[in-house]
Design a protein around this ligand. Structure first.
Ligand SMILES: [Zn+2]
Length: 331
């Protein structure tokens, strides 16, 4: 009580003193100078987890910004609610992150996908810098496992001059996927707007083909030591996921099973314009989401909110995404 009374007396005294002062108008420049300078750069785009003894580093490549009308499979009203719940509406844009994953088993260093490289403007193509920020160099990568051959997964194989960024790496992709994209008749079966991307995809794998380091794998074949391939057709004909296990934990890198967490986890039936076979993509997504939720494995998804690592949990309708949290390394 005493403290309150003292404070009140002091307050009254100081208020009276202030009231006696002439009014001061502060110069605008002085008011602005008082604030700290802003920093426009982001934290480095790498994030690590451990899967048993395996070190997994998510590498941020950047983002592309598309329109929500590329998503299909539910009515517009419900889609608007889904996107609003994900805070993606009503801005009218659909930001899609792009990541790749660097895996160090202790014996081998390999990448799963490579990002978009210089192919999609200045908001992507950050993987070479982020590999270095993570303590590695592109020259150390021994194997590259492509989930599929869309631009945002393969154009990162080369720099702006078409030179291999990973000169020591063998590139592996399913035979079905390689057959589809490298078939010379494909130009005649795809829309006009996609033809320039097809040319870029072929240019990205060309240096690896000419050095005999482009090696597709067949059904049942392990694409790298300790890795099994999981056929996930639909988004593209030969899309594969990659599964690794260590010390009772496992990780599934599932490629483009989901592009929009806000829509496709609660409604796995939602498809996207880029699906080569939407009906098959939907069936595959439903099956692998159910399996991954049952197995409680880590998921690595290149288009899930960065770092694209987390778990999937069942809900009465659809699924929830539980993202990895920042933790002390090795825990
Ligand atoms: Zn993609």
């Amino acid at each position: 009580m005493e403290v309150t009374m003292l404070s009140r007396r002091k307050f009254l005294q100081s208020s009276a003193a202030l009231a006696a002062l002439p009014a001061v108008s502060w110069p605008t420049s002085l008011a602005l100078a008082a604030g700290p300078a802003k920093h426009s750069n982001q934290v480095p785009g790498y994030f690590r987890i451990s899967v048993g003894d395996i070190e997994v580093t998510a590498l941020y490549d950047g983002m592309i910004i598309l329109k929500p009308d590329i998503l299909h499979g539910t009515n517009p009203k419900e889609m608007a609610v889904l996107l609003e719940d994900g805070c993606l509406y009503p801005t009218g844009s659909l930001p899609i992150p792009i990541s790749a994953f660097l895996i160090n088993t202790g014996q081998n260093l390999f990448m799963i996908d490579t990002g978009v490289g210089t192919g999609f403007g200045d908001k992507a193509g950050m993987i070479p810098g982020n590999i270095k920020a993570a303590g590695y160099s592109p020259e150390q990568v021994e194997t590259i496992l492509l989930t599929h051959m869309h631009s945002d997964h393969v154009l990162g194989l080369v720099d702006g001059n078409g030179q291999a960024i990973f000169p020591g790496a063998v590139v592996r992709v399913s035979q079905a996927e390689a057959d589809y994209w490298l078939n010379q008749g494909l130009e005649n079966r795809i829309p006009e707007g996609q033809k320039r991307f097809l040319a870029k995809i072929r240019q990205a794998v060309a240096p690896y083909m000419s050095s005999r380091k482009f090696k597709p794998f067949g059904p049942g074949e392990s694409p790298a030591e300790g890795v099994s391939a999981v056929a996930l057709p639909g988004h593209t004909p030969g899309q594969c996921g990659y599964k690794l296990s260590s010390q009772g934990q496992s990780l599934l890198a599932w490629g483009d099973i989901a592009h929009c967490q806000a829509a496709q986890f609660p409604r796995p039936e939602v498809t996207i314009d880029f699906d080569v076979d939407p009906a098959q993509a939907k069936a595959t997504r439903k099956a692998i989401m159910a399996q991954a939720a049952r197995e409680q494995c880590w998921i690595a998804g290149p288009h899930l909110p960065y770092p694209g690592l987390g778990h999937i949990r069942p809900r009465p309708k659809g699924y929830a995404w539980v993202p990895a949290e920042y933790r002390v390394a090795g825990v």
